[in-house]
Design a protein around this ligand. Sequence first.
Ligand code: FAD
Length: 434
Amino acid sequence: MSITPKEQPMTEISERPEQYDVVVAGAGPAGMMTGLCLALQGVAVAVLETAPSAARTFRGESISPDSVTALRRLGVLDQLPADRTMPVSGIRIVDAGQEVLTVRFSELADAEESPLEIPQDSLLDAIDAAAARFPSFRLIRGASVQELIRRGPRIVGVRYRIGEDENTITARVVVAADGRYGKLGAAAGLVSRKQPMRRDFLWFKVDPPAGWDLTRYQVHLADDAHVMCIPTVPGILRLGVNIPPGGLSRIRKAGLPSLYSSVARIVPDLGEATEHSVRTWRDTSMLEIFSSRCPRWSIPGLVLVGDAAHTLTPVLAQGVNHAILDAVVLGDQLGPALRAEESDIFVDERCRIFQELREPHVDQARALQFRQESAFAQSGALPTLARRSLYRTIDRLPVTKNAIWGRLYYSLAGGRNPAAEALDRLVARIPQTV
Ligand SMILES: Cc1cc2nc3c(=O)[nH]c(=O)nc-3n(C[C@H](O)[C@H](O)[C@H](O)COP(=O)(O)OP(=O)(O)OC[C@H]3O[C@@H](n4cnc5c(N)ncnc54)[C@H](O)[C@@H]3O)c2cc1C
């Protein structure tokens, strides 16, 4: 894909471009929710997506309680068949075969919703169905944004390719929701700093053995190796096994039996299940684990959301959550400004405020993830003994559990997160006729 770099001359606008208030590049959770949050306010929004359908290989399916609240209140959950969601009631951490920590979400202060497992294609289709109730929403699949269009210092639209055709959309705001490897931000000079972690991840799905508890997330640790076990629709398990950064070719060379025995060493109950379900490497999916931080999320006419602005690690499944909360806050900021046809300066200021409101909460989640990443990476007798003691201590302290999981999962309660007020305002703006 060729994205016009900053230095290149301005792309001319074709004679009759399509016009919207907002054009969104990328129809992942961030882009689709941005489309919904704007369309429900009557803002004309087009969402462009390279992929021809919502089907995805392996993506975030764990939806944090704050996002469940947002999806419920914005009418998305109503669009989901009941058999496409699975509630999760708690977490269990097992270290060296011993249970060291459990959390029951219903016991946390402010707990209302449980986390939900929702396959990402089902979630995206449900957001599409919720957004399609508003006539100003348009989703164009198979449309790949090729370049940003500038007028002076301002981004004023995008050029995109669909099949053999090239088209242009002009808009007052371009939203780059193009994900962790997105190129639009960098093309506009918004460059992220990437922080690699001490592990990558191999994901795959397995049929759970009889008696496996499918109501809780489980993390099984053995020295510096771990397996994340995540209940997944339709009643199966998603496993994530850590591998050394860039170590995929070595793992593959060692062969599948070595993967089976690694899993069995950490979670004896799952060795056979892995052997049964993972028959070729095509049944697995590699996730490069890194965190990224973009110092500035917007320039005049362009704003980044979701992974494009801040990629998180998979710990505690916060990627989709922050993508959704970004959309809620950005939608709340931009909707009234665009409806009132405020000046560009005013609209750009809304984008800046969006970052100001969201960034502290993303940073908080990232800091918690770094602490967890560091605990998972401990190796050797003494460090892992210290880790087990720490988890056991936390297990005995409800206050600490609240400070960790309560703050992370239920931040919309108690006025701690500006996304709560943004959500209230958005819900109040949904037309009565819908
Ligand atoms: C294997 C894996 C497992 C994960 N597990 C979890 C989990 O359990 N829980 C969790 O919360 N998070 C998880 N994540 C992270 C989560 O999927 C992301 O944080 C989340 O999807 C971010 O949403 P987004 O909309 O910002 O980006 P994405 O979901 O990446 O969406 C970006 C979209 O933009 C499109 N696009 C890119 N460039 C263009 C272009 N030029 N023109 C048009 N379209 C474009 C892409 O095709 C894509 O559809 C996982 C990620 C992976 C890869």
